[in-house]
Design a protein around this ligand. Structure first.
Ligand SMILES: [Fe+2]
Length: 372
């Protein structure tokens, strides 16, 4: 499915057209706290309401959204007879909206986790996403993460990928500095990990390459808050999302989750902490390649990542990644011996299977000692 990207230009004309074309009368708007800062967009919502379209807000979810949050969203959607859904926010808001769409026409009320294992029935509820961070790429993937009874649930469905994405560079204007840096690192790590993933394809690599190049091109403008930089980073994050939608992420992401939970770093911060150590380690360990395409292929792949970053080869690319991390001034947490023990057994082996170079527990332990 080709995803349509629309912009905010001409006072959100494309959004108005989307509403008209889809005949939306009652719009469920799943949004997080960032909506409060979207001045131009909020003003435009008032205009939309004046045309007789009802906008029903759903904001009642947390940053690691719960299954119950989604159930409440579906209840509201049904009670108000909503005919369309738009998501405005970061990865969590988009994931919640995706699940509301997916569960919207299932039977029952979702009690006791019943929708988690239900057979999905595709529906045509018009669904648009407007990301307000340039990072997760959730608007481009068939994955959503919610929690049920304390356990992470990865919900997967092609059918809930929004067909239309509204990219409004203004949404990133007021993003706090740390959040801005961390989300950009998340997008960059998605693109890099996707490129070297054992599941990569020509198509995913094309997306990754373009995403890496776009992150490099727009990093300065984005960090200096130019409109061009913000727009470029939104596109980069979306392309990186399209890349991981095909290839999934690898060891860097598998290793970063525990760092987030132990030290409270943002997800993208934790991801680059890991990838800045993994990349140079991989360059030196291509002989342990488990990608069926072989060691020579892997060397070439790593070189191509370096080249997409504007460097001569993989080794220079790996140095550049460390440089980017250092220049951003992101903190390196300090771990205790107990925390290192916990970290080394925390890595999900399923995700490690996507990684092209073999990793055992001892290696993971050594890498964590370099990461932190
Ligand atoms: Fe990520």
């Amino acid at each position: 499915m080709e995803q349509r990207i629309i912009t905010h230009s001409h006072n959100y004309k494309d959004l108005d057209d989307w509403i008209k074309t889809n005949g939306c009368k009652k719009l469920l708007m799943v949004c997080d706290g960032s909506i409060a800062y979207q001045e131009a967009f909020n003003n435009h919502l008032d205009e939309i309401i004046k045309t007789g379209v009802e906008i029903i807000r759903f904001q009642d979810f947390q940053s690691n959204p719960l299954y119950e949050n989604v159930v409440n969203g579906v209840r509201l959607c049904r009670a108000k007879n909503c005919d369309s859904i738009i998501a405005v926010g970061g990865g969590s808001a988009i994931d919640v909206a995706k699940c509301i769409k997916l569960y919207g026409n299932l039977l029952g009320d979702g009690e006791n986790g019943s929708w988690l294992n239900a057979e999905y029935v595709e529906n045509n509820i018009p669904f648009l996403a407007m990301p307000t961070t340039a990072g997760t790429g959730s608007e481009a993937t068939r994955y959503a993460v919610i929690y049920y009874e304390g356990k992470k649930q990865s919900i997967t469905s092609e059918s809930f990928i929004p067909k239309t994405v509204l990219m409004d560079p203004d949404t990133l204007k007021t993003l706090p500095d740390y959040h801005k840096k961390a989300t950009m690192c998340d997008a960059l790590c998605h693109a890099i990990e996707s490129y070297w993933s054992v599941n990569s394809t020509d198509e995913s690599k094309e997306y990754s390459k373009k995403a890496i190049q776009a992150v490099m091109e727009h990093m300065e403008g984005y960090l200096n808050n130019t409109e061009n930089g913000r727009g470029g980073m939104l596109r980069a994050a979306n392309m990186a999302g399209k890349a991981i939608n095909i290839s999934q992420t690898t060891a860097g992401h598998a290793m970063c989750y525990k760092i987030t939970s132990l030290f409270g770093c943002a997800h993208g911060h934790a991801a680059i902490l890991c990838d800045r150590v993994l990349f140079p380690w991989m360059v030196k360990n291509t002989d342990k390649c488990i990608d069926p395409r072989g060691e020579e292929y892997m060397k070439k792949t790593l070189d191509e990542i370096g080249q997409a970053m504007g460097c001569k080869n993989a080794s220079e690319g790996a140095v550049k990644l460390v440089q980017i991390f250092d220049d951003l001034g992101l903190e390196v947490p300090v771990a205790t011996d107990e925390q290192f023990e916990e970290l080394k057994t925390s890595v999900n082996p399923v995700r490690l299977k996507n990684h092209p170079i073999a990793l055992d527990v001892e290696t993971i332990d050594r890498l964590y000692h370099d990461v932190l």
